[in-house]
Design a protein around this ligand. Structure first.
Ligand SMILES: [Zn+2]
Length: 476
């Protein structure tokens, strides 16, 4: 049996793992590469396998870096089934429709401009480099077409396809509906091997979603390692710091900008804000969710309360809607969004989470040079993105091609991360004991994955390995 790493190898984006059992061929995830122009261009590279030969795609969750290239597989002849939970199916559709819309819009804008003047592309952190915009990877119609390939399953049921492949989804606790996959695969010599893909693992104690399930044994484990080198600040400290930032801004009639991923993170931030307001820790501070995609996602969250953790379910039973409180507004149109520019003393949550596009860009443009503004980062910032540059403390950044001074106060609240930290990852891996023949560290920057592999090798006495992009390994 062969396993090929077609993404998120010595990097955090583009998750895509190809398995050829000899009898069957399948993928776990088919995400897009993100973080700067060169990485994004990799989305146009041909797949190292033939999509028409794939029997299944197992989708761990609906984030773009895990599902972003799915419609291309369908365009290129995929005829199998896509397997996921219900929320993953619905979230992936929202994410992909948004991506298709943006690509089509960008291409239309570019193709109607006089080419000799060049075009700056959509990268708001661009320093003026001119480049061509590529044709959209797929259209809204392609995404609609792809949607018909989904089969949904619940967590915890073993499903035997009776063709040498059995799988079970477990709760990964990362975003609503996220799952890890356990596979029992008959290899070339007729023996059953258990292979586990962690997908993205959540942080324990995260809001709304449950803690990640533990898996007890496996022959091979493919584990994410985004935060394999560090610990998040504890949740209580994070919340106190968050509250202090908000109160300080309120006192100075300043704005708080929260660049946030539309999926999960925005809902968690709103969940916390709801508790602040309902418990009267904060009052009279308007909150604007300026992200149509996050608003759409709230609707999906409302449809699947059975996927919530106990605390969130209890809140609902008490009659408190975590996504509604006094002073909470959702903006719809671009004009509504532009009107926010005149506001002071408010909280604005807008995408994209790494400031690579979306409505957060114009809010940054209007607020970043004011020393009163607070910008609160609540998620991982990939190298090369505008968000990463701000977090790394660069004194000047380019926004819409314009050089701007960073005078705003910059805060990073790691406690809101939807990713397991080093301790969470170690705890999860310890669940396997000494059973794995090999543990592959993926979905982490090279230095982080390497350090984490070394640590886990020493701690668990198992073979660990950091694969390279497009490397193929044999699973005996
Ligand atoms: Zn994710």
């Amino acid at each position: 049996m062969k396993l090929q790493f077609c993404g998120a190898a010595k990097g955090v984006t583009g998750s895509c793992f190809y398995v050829d059992t000899g009898e069957l061929k399948f993928l776990v995830d088919c995400g897009a590469f993100q973080g700067g122009r060169d990485l994004e261009m990799m989305n146009y590279d041909p797949f190292p396998f033939n999509p028409a030969d794939l029997n299944y795609i197992f989708l761990t969750h609906g984030h773009f870096d895990h599902c972003g290239r799915l419609p291309m597989l369908v365009k290129q002849g995929f005829k199998g089934r896509i397997i996921a939970t219900q929320p993953t199916r619905d979230i992936a559709k929202i994410v992909l429709l948004d991506a298709a819309g943006l690509q089509e819009e960008e291409y239309r804008r570019w193709s109607t401009k006089p080419k000799q003047k060049g075009y700056r592309g959509s990268d708001p952190a661009s320093e003026g480099a001119l480049y061509e915009v590529r044709e959209p990877m797929y259209t809204v119609e392609d995404v609609e077409e792809m949607s018909s390939f989904f089969d949904v399953y619940p967590y915890g049921d073993s499903v035997d396809f009776r063709n040498g492949l059995e799988f079970r989804m477990r709760d990964a606790g990362h975003i609503l509906g996220s799952s890890m996959f356990e596979f029992w695969i008959k290899n070339g010599s007729g023996r059953i091997r258990k292979v586990v893909f962690s997908g993205d693992l959540g942080q324990s104690g995260q809001r709304i979603v449950r803690d990640p399930d533990l898996v007890r044994e496996a022959d091979y484990v493919i584990v994410e390692s985004t935060y394999g080198d560090r610990s998040h600040r504890n949740k209580d400290d994070t919340l106190l710091e968050f509250l202090a930032i908000l109160k300080d801004a309120q006192e100075h009639e300043a704005n708080v900008l929260i660049p946030s991923f539309a999926i999960e993170r925005s809902q968690e931030i709103i969940y916390e804000l709801n508790l602040f307001f309902e418990n009267r820790l904060l009052s009279n501070m308007p909150v604007y969710l300026d992200s149509p995609m996050a608003s759409e996602t709230i609707k999906i969250f409302k449809q699947f309360p059975t996927f919530y953790d106990e605390d969130a379910q209890r809140l609902l039973e008490k009659g408190d809607d975590p996504f509604a409180f006094q002073g909470f507004h959702e903006t719809e149109s671009v004009d509504d969004s532009k009107r926010l520019v005149a506001k002071r003393g408010c909280i604005i949550i807008a995408g994209s989470g790494m400031c690579t596009g979306g409505r957060i860009v114009h809010h940054l443009e209007h607020n970043i040079e004011s020393s009163k503004t607070s910008i609160v980062f609540v998620g991982y910032q990939v190298e090369g993105t505008l968000g990463r540059k701000i977090v790394d403390g660069e004194p000047e950044v380019y926004i819409k091609g314009k050089r701007m001074q960073v005078r705003a106060k910059i805060h990073t609240l790691g406690g809101f991360s939807a990713h397991a930290d080093q301790n969470d990852l170690r705890y999860w891996l310890r669940g396997f004991g000494h059973t794995p023949r090999r543990v592959f560290m993926v979905h982490g920057e090279e230095s982080v994955a390497t350090k984490f592999a070394q640590l886990m090798h020493e701690e668990l006495q198992v073979d660990t390995y950091v694969p390279t992009m497009y490397e193929t390994v044999t699973l005996e």
